[in-house]
Every structure is written in C-alpha cells, then in structure tokens.
Design a protein around this ligand. Structure first.
Ligand code: ADP
Ligand code: MG
Length: 334
C-alpha cells in the first residue's frame, strides 16, 4: 500500500514547486497575513513555509497526513462536487510519502505549539525509541511546515533535477504570483543561509505596489486597471494590464481563477490577440488577471502539475473580458 501511495504521490508532486504551491494555498486558506518561505537547494533539500494563520488543532494532527483528510468541505453539497474538484486533502499526504515532513502549529486557544513528524501518512517519532505523539514546544500562532529531502525515496525523480537554481526560479515565480494576488498578505522568500530575501512584500501594500516590488517599476508604471463581469455567465474579473504605449518582450500572464494560480492557453492567446491591434510587431502585453467564476462551472482545485483550466462558457467570458480590456486600451491616454 505504501508503495502505491508513494507512486501516486510522485505523480502529484513532480517538482519542489508543486509542493510549495499547495503549501502556500493552505497557508492562505488558513487566513494568514504573513507567509515566509525558506528554500535550500532549489527546494530539494529544504522547503519551509511559516505562516501566522489559524493553526491546526492538536487533535487533528494524527490524521493530518492521511489521504483525503481535509477541513475544507463545508457541507454535503461540497461532497457531491469532490469529483470535479479532483484534488482534495491530498497535498500533505502526498508530501509525507516522498519527503520528511515536520509540522509545528499553534492555534489561538492552545497554550503552546505542537510539533509532529510524518512519514507515509502517519505520525512517526522524531528519534527512534521516542513516542510518535505531537510534542509541546514554544511557538507563535500559525503553522510551520518543513519539507526535507524531497524525493529521498524516489531516486529516479531526484536524479532528474539538474540545477537547483532552475528549481528556485520556478519557486520564485509561484511565490511572486501569490504575492501579487493575495491582498493583505505579506510574503517573503529566501534561500537558506542568505540574509537578504529574494521576494519581500508588505501586507498593507496595493496591488500595483506589489507588482512594482516583484516585477519592477518599468512594468508597474505602465499599468491600467480593468474590470469585467457578466451575471449570465456567473463571472467577475479584475486586473492590471500594460497600456498601449508599452510592451514587454514575452507575453506575461499572471492568471488566477477563484484565487488559484492557473494557466489558460485560450486566455493567453485572446489577450495577445487583443493587443495585436495596438502594439508593434514583437511587442507583448504584461497582464495580471483575477477571475472569479461560479465554482460549479470550473474545475477549481486543479491538479498541482496540471495547471491548465477550463470552464463553462469559456469563449463568451474570454471575449467579454478582452472586449473590456480593448475598450480601456483605446480610451486610456498615457
Ligand atoms: P486540503 O487543503 O485540500 O484540505 P491538504 O492536504 O493540503 O488538503 O491539507 C489538509 C488539511 O490540513 C487542511 O484541510 C487544513 O485543515 C490543514 N492544514 C494544512 N496546512 C495548514 C496551514 N498552513 N494552516 C492551517 N491548517 C492547515
Ligand atoms: Mg491544500
């Protein structure tokens, strides 16, 4: 059974960044306003995320890493949509099968923090001979998840990684996306052993400020805000996109659907098409788009490695968003 779980986990998490994305989403779901990421060797040696969210109850710790354990199915109706949501309560379980996982957490009401270690879905002792039960420890409210030696027991996967800096760049990309998107959350990301952070944002900064911090002033100074919505198709969109007098070398799209970072080739192409009338040849847009769609119309909880998303009335929704962007581009004078 453990072998089967290990293989399944290796398909869910193919690179460190896939684990990290799940951990970031968990921290954000826990209502955190502070989120710190620490990385060693591109995340293969160490991936640690510390948040100040609501924490995990001590009683829930023994089952935390069992597959399909989730605190996020609110009612029976949610259960019906498990099929479409696909990926639920599998992240921590998967990670525990292919890495050494340590969780330290404190809720508001707990007098101390609790620390536990996991292997293959179960609590394990920190040292041989000790009890596997969570141990009391000092700590502030929130949760710290430490993932060490990812793929230690999947040598073929481990060997497939050539460069730690390549993996680190993927991590920075994802942290940067969430840092732009999550209003009211301060993010930081740094390499272990380095004093300076690679990404650092404040919780009280505006979206454009955060874009400036992560993507630079040259882009941030050229952005126009847009909104788009349609009740018939059950969506609301908001974003920032470069104006018609500015362009970047490669199309950049920071896309969030229902607050999850995803990809959509269709949206990307449509936005490029929208700008083709405005930009010189070889010039491309930079766009951050947050799209909220009725969850029943979209596969929100996409598989960590499969970020491509589809939803109902996709063509109509994309067309309307692009029309609203086009109108803005034509009217905003810069
Ligand atoms: P899911 O997010 O789909 O529920 P996960 O395996 O990612 O499944 O997490 C399992 C559960 O662990 C979550 O439902 C949540 O209750 C708890 N959890 C995980 N990470 C955190 C965190 N950073 N803060 C608080 N609770 C967490
Ligand atoms: Mg999760």
């Amino acid at each position: 059974q453990d072998v089967v779980n290990k293989i399944a986990a290796g398909e869910i998490i193919v690179a460190p960044v896939h684990a990290l994305k799940e951990l970031i989403e968990n921290s954000v779901d826990a209502g955190s306003t502070l989120l710190e990421v620490l990385v060693k060797e591109g995340g293969l040696k160490l991936l640690q995320i510390t948040d100040n969210g609501h924490g995990i109850n001590k009683e829930d710790m023994p089952i935390l890493c069992e597959r399909f354990t989730t605190s996020k199915l609110k009612d029976f109706k949610d259960l019906e949509s498990i099929g479409t949501y696909g990926f639920r309560g599998e992240a921590l379980a998967s990670i525990s099968h292919i890495a050494h996982l340590t969780v330290t957490t404190k809720t508001k009401d707990s007098t101390c923090a609790w620390r536990a270690q996991y292997d293959a879905g179960r609590l394990v002792p920190a040292k041989p001979g000790q009890s596997a039960d969570p141990k009391p420890t000092a700590g502030r409210q929130g949760t710290q998840i430490t993932v060490e030696d990812l793929f230690y027991n999947v040598p073929t996967r481990r060997r497939a990684f050539r460069s730690a800096s390549e993996e680190y760049n993927k991590i920075l990309d994802v942290v940067g996306r969430y840092a732009v998107h999550c209003d009211g959350v301060a993010f930081s990301c740094k390499k272990h052993g380095e004093s300076s952070t690679t990404i650092s944002t404040q919780s009280n900064s505006s979206t454009v400020d955060r874009i400036r911090q992560i993507h630079g002033s040259s882009v941030a100074n050229e952005l126009i805000e847009f909104t788009s919505s349609d009740e018939k198709y059950g969506y609301r969109a908001r974003g920032w996109t470069t104006n018609a007098n500015y362009h970047v070398k490669k199309t950049t799209l920071l896309l969030f659907i229902n607050h999850r970072s995803v990809d959509s080739t269709n949206i990307r192409k449509a936005i490029e098409q929208t700008y083709s009338a405005f930009l010189p040849k070889g010039g491309h847009p930079w766009t951050y788009l947050s799209l909220e769609i009725d969850p029943h119309r979209v596969d929100v909880n996409v598989h960590p490695t499969k970020r491509e998303v589809n939803f109902l009335n996709e063509d109509e929704i994309i067309e309307k968003i692009c029309m609203d962007i086009r109108t803005k581009l034509a009217t905003v004078d810069t």
